[in-house]
Structures are given as C-alpha cells and as structure tokens.
Design a protein around this ligand. Structure first.
Ligand code: 3EB
Length: 342
C-alpha cells in the first residue's frame, strides 16, 4: 500500500524521557511551539508566546505532517514548507510604522496577509484552510481603537485587494499575547475546503459595525479532504450567540456555551460526511483561558461535557473581546474514508 499522505498532526517531544520518536523529518510541514524560546528547526515554527497551563513537555509542540516529502522555502518574510498538496507557512512581522492610512498594527496585518496571498498565488496553493493569528496586546486601545479591530482592518484590506470572498474565509483563531511580533501561521492547499457556519451565531464576516469598522474574516469551521482522510478544523469558538457575548463574568457558563457552539459545528460536519465519525470526544483541543486562575474550573467543565479523556492543551492568552474569558479551538481527522465508506 502506498504511504498515507493525509495531513496528520501530533504532539511529541523527542527530548522528553517518554517522548515518541519524530516522524521522518522530510514529511514535517511545520509546527507550533509553546516552548520559550522556540527551537531553531529546518521547518517553519510558529512560536506561540503564551504560558502552558498544567501541561506536559509533550504538549509544547504541535506538528503538522504528511508522509509526502516537503520542499522548504522563503518568500519575503514567510518561511514555508510544501508537499504536492499542502503548504504550511509562518510569518512574523514587527509593527514598524504607522502612516496616514493606518496604525502600525493595521499595516503589519495588511502586509502579512498580502505576502501570504502572494505566496499562495505564486506557489499555486490558492485555498486557505486554517490560519492561526497571534496579536500582541490584542485588547489594548491605541489611537482610539482596540488593537484587535486595527488588525481586522488590515486583514480585511488584504482580503479585498486579492479579491478573496469573505464568505469563503479560512477557519481561524485570533488570540492575544503579551509581546513580540504579530505572528501568523497558515495551512493552504490545492483544493478548497467546505466552509461550515454556525446557525446559532452570526457569521463573523457579517458582524455589525459595533465590533469594529471591518469584520473578521474567518469561517466557523472548515472541512477538507486529504489523502485517505478528511480533516475538520473548528475555529476559535467562544461564548457568543447571535453576535453578542453571553454569560458575562461567568467562566463556567461561557465554557458550556462554547461547547454548545462546537457541538453544532461537529454535527454539521458529520451530516456532510456521514462516514467520517466525528465526535466531540474524538477531537484534539486547544483551550485559551484569559485568567490562569480559571484553569481548574474550565478544565472540569470541559471534561464533564466532552469526556474525562479528552485531549486538550490549556494555555493562558487574551481573547479578542475583552468580555470573553475562554476560547476553544479543535481539529480532528475523520475515519479513513475509502470508496466503500462514502
Ligand atoms: C468570535 O467568535 C470569537 O478574528 O480570526 C474566533 C476565531 C474569534 C477567529 C479571528 C476571532 C477570530 O468572534 C473570536
């Protein structure tokens, strides 16, 4: 049988005493690392500058991998790695200068996304599946506008310039970190994923203006086929119903509402691909908690709803609305989908 070239993900730390061996380096597209400082490696690494809560050294790295051999390259400020089907890249930009047309963060966001879209055009991977955005001091107000909203203006501008329809945006997350550059990692492919919206929530690209002059550009979940599997990406999900935050100041109720939102997305993915076998308990989670002290409560609530053996990495980070206390993202591979299971 030919090797399975499906996109795979896993956590492992070869330096840990019980660490699993790394897969063949040639097949590693890239990784995100919570290790400070992030290690220098031959593939692109997104350094996520957030503290790990209650985790193990193994949880410091999340690898994206396929059995296919990857070619590695640079494009302006982007480091990337590509197989025949998939491209993973990381861009980190300092906020160097504002101008008449925008703040330094807005222009950095616009510049990062312009580079990203140019790379995808140049390399022929037009379809963005998943983007991870980390924005320093995301809730701070500068020049009268919250920094997350400045970021949204720049991102939106680049989407518009590259004629990217916002209603087929990637799955994404946008979190706040204390310092460092704007950091964006992305996974793109030759073929398009299916976008899934959440009927309990206004689509983010259609949020009303009260959340900022330009809407965020992400879809609630994306479903993509890869090799013998499908992969489901659940975007950063929070305690939002319609477009409003619910359960102010109640982190446990916010956690429950978040799971209700994720559950609707999983049901829809399952309806679109009945052979896939997606379930809440079968996904891999990353949980962002605003106040580290809330970690035990959030973890208990999630394990009650999803299962005591749920696989999750917990980190402290700011969430993009100052009234949100928790945000949860997830991804999962389907069961092997063969001609007989479709
Ligand atoms: C929300 O539902 C919460 O700006 O890319 C979640 C996922 C959120 C992605 C983004 C923002 C983003 O609006 C915040």
């Amino acid at each position: 049988m030919s090797p399975d070239t499906s996109l795979q993900f896993f956590q492992c730390d070869p330096s840990a005493p019980d660490g699993q061996p790394l897969p063949a380096a040639a097949g590693i597209l890239g990784m995100s690392s919570l290790q400070q400082p992030a290690p220098e490696l031959p593939w692109p690494v997104q350094r996520v500058r957030t503290p790990l809560l209650g985790g193990s050294v193994q949880q410091l790295h999340e690898y994206w991998h396929s059995a296919a051999t990857c070619r590695r390259g640079r494009f302006h400020d982007i480091r990337f790695s590509a197989s025949d089907e998939l491209l993973y890249g990381v861009i980190e930009l300092e906020e160097t200068h504002g101008s008449d047309t925008g703040t330094a963060l807005q222009l950095a966001a616009e510049q990062a996304y312009r580079q990203l879209f140019s790379l995808l055009e140049t390399e022929g991977f037009p379809h963005l599946w998943r983007v991870w955005n980390y924005v320093p001091r995301i809730n701070e107000v500068e020049y009268g506008l919250e920094r997350y909203r400045q970021f949204n203006i720049g991102r939106h501008e680049a989407f518009a310039d590259f004629a990217r329809p916002v209603d087929s945006s990637p799955a994404a997350c946008a979190l706040g970190v204390v310092d460092g550059p704007l950091s964006i990692a992305f996974l793109a492919a030759r073929h398009a994923p299916r976008c899934i919206e959440n009927p309990r929530q206004t689509s983010a690209f259609a949020y009303p203006r009260q959340y900022g002059p330009r809407s965020p550009t992400f879809t609630r979940a994306a479903l993509a086929s890869s090799g013998r599997h499908d992969i489901l990406f659940i975007s950063g999900t929070a305690s939002i119903v319609g477009h409003g935050t619910v359960h102010l100041d109640d982190v446990v109720a916010q956690t429950r509402e978040t799971v209700a939102n994720i559950s609707v997305l999983v049901e829809q993915a399952q309806r679109l691909t009945p052979a896939a076998d997606y379930s809440l308990a079968g996904l891999d989670y990353r949980v962002y908690i605003r106040h580290a002290a809330d970690y035990p409560k959030v973890r208990t609530a999630l394990e009650q709803l999803i299962g005591p053996d749920m696989r999750a990495v917990y980190v402290q980070a700011d969430i993009c609305r100052s009234n949100l206390l928790v945000e949860v993202e997830a991804h999962g591979l389907s069961r092997e989908i063969t001609a007989t299971t479709i």
